[in-house]
Design a protein around this ligand. Structure first.
Ligand code: PRP
Length: 205
């Protein structure tokens, strides 16, 4: 049985529908419940519903054989997994945003609020800018509004959250989209089914 880690939420729903289309359906997953593990009726696959930022950890440590994770989360945690395919959906950017009209004072360390600590550190190191990281776990846009930070590093999808909070993008760090990832050992020992899934996905996206 192949274990597949799905990111809980909108992205996961889309990924499950795709897998279902490919012949790996599991109707019980569509029922409204609090269950987190679902086995397909034919016993071929097991779906695990995990927090999106945790998919890579499950796959890296072999608790799941494959999974789908956003490139943003992979850039942040840099897991030791195979990245097999860009699924070309769940598109967004990791960007630097600040209050409209904000001007950088380069004589001071930049206060950066983010949940992407690693991405932000790598980015500012690459442009030689000193920063002071403020790690937050959500509603990042609040930080510059309240003066807690100068900028934020966060994902921007439609841009609505920034717009409704009088913020705008100052730099795009990297584009992101959903990626199919595999555990390194699973990719050796279950190569047939994982390759079959990768090829079928590639054919329909
Ligand atoms: C993410 C992100 C932004 C928002 C961007 O937040 O942190 O706040 O989506 O999307 P938009 O450009 O389409 O408005 P999420 O909904 O994951 O909630 P969070 O604040 O808890 O991180």
């Amino acid at each position: 049985m192949l274990s597949i880690a799905l990111p809980k939420g909108r992205l996961g729903d889309k990924v499950y529908k795709l897998f279902s289309q490919l012949g790996y359906g599991c109707p019980s997953i569509e029922e409204d419940s609090r269950k987190l593990v679902f086995d397909s009726p034919d016993g071929k696959v097991r779906y695990l519903l995990v927090k999106p930022s945790d998919v890579a950890i499950y796959v890296e440590r072999g608790a799941a054989d494959i999974g789908v994770a956003g490139k943003d989360t992979l850039m942040e945690s840099e897991p030791d997994v195979y990245e097999l395919l860009d699924l070309k959906f769940g598109k967004c950017s990791i960007a630097v945003a600040a209050k409209n009209g904000w001007v950088d004072d380069v004589s001071l360390p930049l206060r950066v609020a983010t949940k992407y600590v690693n991405v932000a550190q790598n980015y500012y190191m690459s442009i030689n800018r000193q920063i002071d990281i403020i790690k937050l776990n959500g509603s990042i846009e609040l930080a510059p509004i309240l003066g807690l930070s100068d900028v934020i590093v966060d994902i921007v999808e439609t841009g609505t959250t920034l717009k409704e909070n009088d913020l705008s993008v100052f730099n795009v760090i990297a584009p992101s989209s959903a990626r199919l990832i595999a555990n390194r050992a699973s990719y050796q020992f279950q190569a047939d089914i994982i390759e079959e899934i990768r090829a079928k996905l590639e054919a329909i996206i």
